[in-house]
Design a protein. Structure first.
Lengths: 219, 215
């Protein structure tokens, strides 16, 4: 399975994270997104006319929407990451998968503006980002009242993976996460999952790493 | 919040949002703080600045009974004194390396921090159960107008005819921190409804603030 990938892209990170959590090994094909704009070049446009990454290629299947890629990886290797057959849970997964597109547009747009100088109305992007974070916070508060620790169930699903990266990287776009205690606790839960992997700016819970010993420090 | 009753005490967070072994950022009139709870459950508040290189200690992590800076791993005890410098494993850090600390009190599920030395205790809030915290771009007077009632000396705003009670504190960045508390026994459905009611109040207060009506 080949992933056209860019290390700093939160959408590509979703795919790498889902693959790691469900035990799928990916053949990573790095894309020179910045400054090369390789995703807008002829080779990648032939695969994805929309000119976006990630692109997942598996045989003659080509997927270019990150939520679809998450569902594909989970269906192949980690069905427990999909919704169960409970209608409410299935609907919640779809709700947050769709919602994740708004995080990409708002927080992701603000991040591209601040990091890669992409033109845009930064105030509007940040305002929309805050509105999205407030919705997510409210959703998590309500889930907690239902005895559920994640967005769609009491276990993490593709919905959590779809929403997590752009939220975790919101400060890159100048949007603070200080005001969202439920999001903070949810992020800790995700970052302490067994097979969690990092990307630049998103780290595993540091306290879960072994404390360096004096002997190791001397080496 | 600096009313006569609360003195220098600020309600900075809800207990449930700071589990053992975690650190969070918070604000008091004296500035930004790192609020943390050790693995054994002891609460501490220190200035949010590592004395070594100025990194925010709230970006750090809690291991055992110490708070460590994410930058170079300098560790601090509850009293703010540095107890470990990983780059100098044989060194006992001198007493002079310390982060400023503040008094912390926890009562009824609310964590209070004092901005300065005080003999007083934070107010006791009887019969109220915490639900959630939120911040708003509106000031206290806009929230009062939206709720149709004034804040008490303790900073409590109680809209008429409901279970909702808002504990508000103004921050020096123009935002207001709201702890949503509930009166009496409530079911999960009540709590979800109250949480949405608080969101509506926040929307109304922010509308008022934007239009300049409450200023």
């Amino acid at each position: 399975m080949k992933l056209y990938d860019y290390i700093l892209s939160p959408s590509c990170y979703k795919v790498r994270l889902m693959a790691a959590l469900s035990g799928v090994s990916l053949d990573i094909r790095p894309v020179d997104f910045h400054p090369g704009l390789e995703h807008r070049g002829p080779e990648l446009l032939a695969l994805n006319p929309a000119g976006s990454i990630p692109i997942l290629q598996d045989g003659d299947l080509i997927l270019t929407e990150s939520s679809a890629i998450l569902v594909y990886l989970a269906a192949k290797a980690g069905p427990e990451w999909l919704a169960s057959d409970k209608p409410e849970e299935a609907a919640r997964v779809q709700q947050w998968l769709s919602f994740s597109g708004r995080l990409t547009a708002s927080l992701g747009g603000a991040r591209l503006h601040e990091m890669l100088l992409r033109p845009g109305d930064i105030d509007a992007l940040q305002r929309q980002g805050v509105a999205a974070l407030r919705e997510l916070e409210l959703g998590l508060v309500e889930q907690a009242e239902r005895g559920m620790r994640f967005l769609a169930a009491d276990r993490p699903t593709v919905a959590d993976i779809a929403c997590f990266p752009y939220v975790a990287l919101a400060p890159d776009g100048g949007v603070s996460l200080d005001a969202y205690p439920a999001i903070r606790l949810w992020s800790r839960r995700l970052r302490s999952l067994d097979r969690f992997i990092e990307m630049p700016g998103v780290h595993r819970l540091h306290e879960l790493k072994a404390e360096p010993t004096v002997e190791e420090s001397k080496v | 919040m600096h009313s006569d009753t609360t003195g220098s005490w600020t309600p900075v967070a809800l207990s449930a949002d700071l589990p053992a072994g975690t650190v969070i950022p918070a604000r008091i009139s004296a500035g930004s703080i790192a609020l943390w709870r050790s693995e054994s459950g002891r609460l501490s508040a220190s200035a949010d600045r590592c004395p070594h290189r100025g990194m925010s200690l709230s970006h750090g992590f809690v291991r055992g009974e110490a708070l460590s800076c994410i930058y170079h791993g300098w560790s601090y005890a509850q009293g703010g004194n540095c107890i470990r410098i990983p780059a100098h494993p044989g060194l006992t850090p001198p007493e002079t390396i310390r982060a400023r600390t503040f008094a912390v009190e926890e009562a009824g599920g609310v964590i209070w921090v004092a901005a300065d030395e005080t003999e007083t205790k934070p107010p006791v809030l009887e019969g109220l159960t915490p639900l959630r915290s939120m911040t708003t771009d509106a000031g206290i007077s806009a929230i009062e107008t939206a709720a149709g009632t004034k804040a008490s000396a303790e900073g409590l705003i109680e809209p008429a005819g409901g279970t909702l009670c808002l504990l508000v504190s103004a921050r020096n960045d123009g935002q207001t921190l709201i702890h949503v508390l509930l009166k009496g026994e409530t079911s999960p459905a009540d709590r979800i409804a109250a949480s949405r009611e608080a969101e509506s109040l926040r929307r109304a207060a922010e509308d008022l603030q934007k239009k300049g009506i409450a200023s």
